[in-house]
Design a protein around this ligand. Structure first.
Ligand SMILES: Cc1ncc(COP(=O)(O)O)c(C=O)c1O
Length: 433
């Protein structure tokens, strides 16, 4: 397998190709095949951009059909039938059934684009500059998104001071030793605190890059209440946790609050086609025409793919309550069983957003490498890459999900020398039928 051009021509900045040094030639569902014929189960799924797997047949067909019609592929923010159908479908299948009255903005095609748009809008609406975000947050790589990101290596990459934002502790940052929002409530109530009132607080309901930390639903609700009380806008960055990943379309649905602004990207097209949305309450729609723009806001292949994906998976609750719910049980039951066999290991995340944390910071990276050797793609996250992160497609066949968990158990045994076995039939979650 010739990989020389990647190491001689491509920049040193490349990263995934270092951990997974092979050339992928085929991708279908939850499996990728390399040039040497080796198959890999894909529990990485484009870092959460492929929630319905690679090349879903119906989505692929819709995109292929569209390509042969000479309908516009690129359209800036002009009107096209593909965009019309997407907006109608998103309204009818996602927003209205959930009672969400949001305007839809196309901010540019990536996660960091929607975060930038959300921050700009919050500042414009409130006339305030400061933004609060959380320890271990990750919101993207452009300067605004970096300013609300925690990771010191990524922040340093900015090369300039990242200003107008402060970090506050995420849920359980002090291991339960400090009351939630103790500091925040106090400084917001105290006109002498010296802390400028923020325009917005931006939060991930499950922190993906920061170590698969899932906030408790009651913590999220309390945060929403606090924001409301102090007229601070609440932005939920659902770029990674949205589109079904936690078990519902939006990750905040079960927490009983409605964010002011929501960022979506990654799996919204359901096909790995770049696309992002910024959703906000209609009263917040204070943009001047063209005040925020971008060349690639009108990716019609993404619109077609998104419409088809939404119709396939979210027309009713049969996917959510059926295959998705079953897979969540298989994944979480399996992770619990595996963690139970490794001293100090804990399960993280929510729904199909899974994590395994190991007290020995070296273990997760070594296990990920061993998984690759055994034919499984799984990445690490967390400030020290100490968490094994699971983002298998939501519709992964049960047998593949169980096979992947078996590989993880075997890889942990190899790396730690502790015998870890995964028995699918014994991996029921406590309380599950
Ligand atoms: C929560 C969250 N926000 C924003 C981003 C940035 O998305 P993108 O890489 O598409 O710019 C990511 C990427 O992983 C993310 O996880």
């Amino acid at each position: 397998m010739d990989t020389s051009v990647f190491t001689t021509v491509e920049s040193e900045v490349r990263s995934y190709s270092r951990g997974w040094p092979t050339v992928f030639v085929q991708a279908k569902g939850s499996v990728q095949t390399a040039e040497d014929g080796k198959e890999y189960l894909d529990f990485f799924a484009g870092a959460g951009a492929l929630n319905y797997g690679h090349n879903h047949p119906k989505v692929q067909q819709a995109v292929a059909d569209y390509l042969t019609t000479d309908a516009p592929v690129h359209s800036m923010d002009m009107m096209t039938p593909a965009k019309r159908e997407f907006l109608e479908t998103f309204r009818d299948l996602i927003l209205e059934p959930r009672g969400l009255d949001y305007k839809v903005m196309f901010p540019g095609p990536t996660g960091t684009n929607t975060v930038e748009a959300a921050l700009k809008l919050a500042r414009k609406v409130t006339g305030r500059q400061h933004i609060l975000s959380f320890t271990n947050a990750f919101h993207g790589m452009t300067l605004g998104a970096l300013s609300v990101t925690g990771n010191s290596m990524k922040r340093k990459g900015a090369g300039i001071p990242l200003t107008n934002s402060s970090k506050i502790p995420y849920d359980d940052y002090f291991g339960g030793a400090t009351e939630d929002f103790l500091w925040l409530e106090r400084v917001l109530d105290d006109s002498g605190s010296g802390v400028d009132k923020p325009a917005a607080i931006i939060v991930e309901t499950v922190q993906g890059e920061g170590g698969v930390n899932a906030a408790r639903l009651e913590w999220l609700k309390a945060l929403a209440d606090l924001c409301k009380k102090h007229e601070i806008l609440m932005i939920v960055d659902d770029v990674q946790a949205g589109c079904g990943r936690t078990g519902t379309f939006f990750s905040f649905e079960e927490a009983g609050f409605t964010p002011d602004i929501v960022c979506l990207s990654k799996s919204i097209s359901g096909f790995g086609q770049p696309m992002a949305l910024t959703l906000f309450r209609p009263e917040l729609d204070v943009w001047e025409p063209g005040e925020h723009n971008g060349t690639f806001r009108g990716n019609n292949l993404a619109f077609v793919a998104a419409t088809t994906s939404l119709k396939e998976f979210w027309t009713d609750d049969s996917f959510q309550k059926g295959q998705l719910a079953e897979n969540i049980e298989v994944l979480r039951g399996g992770l619990e069983q595996i963690a139970g066999a490794v001293e100090g290991a804990t399960v993280r995340g929510r729904g199909m957003f899974g994590g395994l944390h190991f007290p020995d910071l070296e273990v997760a990276g070594k296990v990920a490498a061993e998984c690759f050797a055994q034919g499984l793609l799984v990445e690490t996250s967390g400030p020290d890459d100490e968490v094994l992160k699971f983002l298998a497609p939501l519709n992964t066949p049960k047998e593949q999900l169980q096979r992947g968990l078996g590989i993880v158990a075997q890889a942990i045994s190899t790396v730690t020398g502790t015998e870890v076995t995964y028995r699918p039939e014994g991996a029921k979650l406590a309380g599950a039928a």
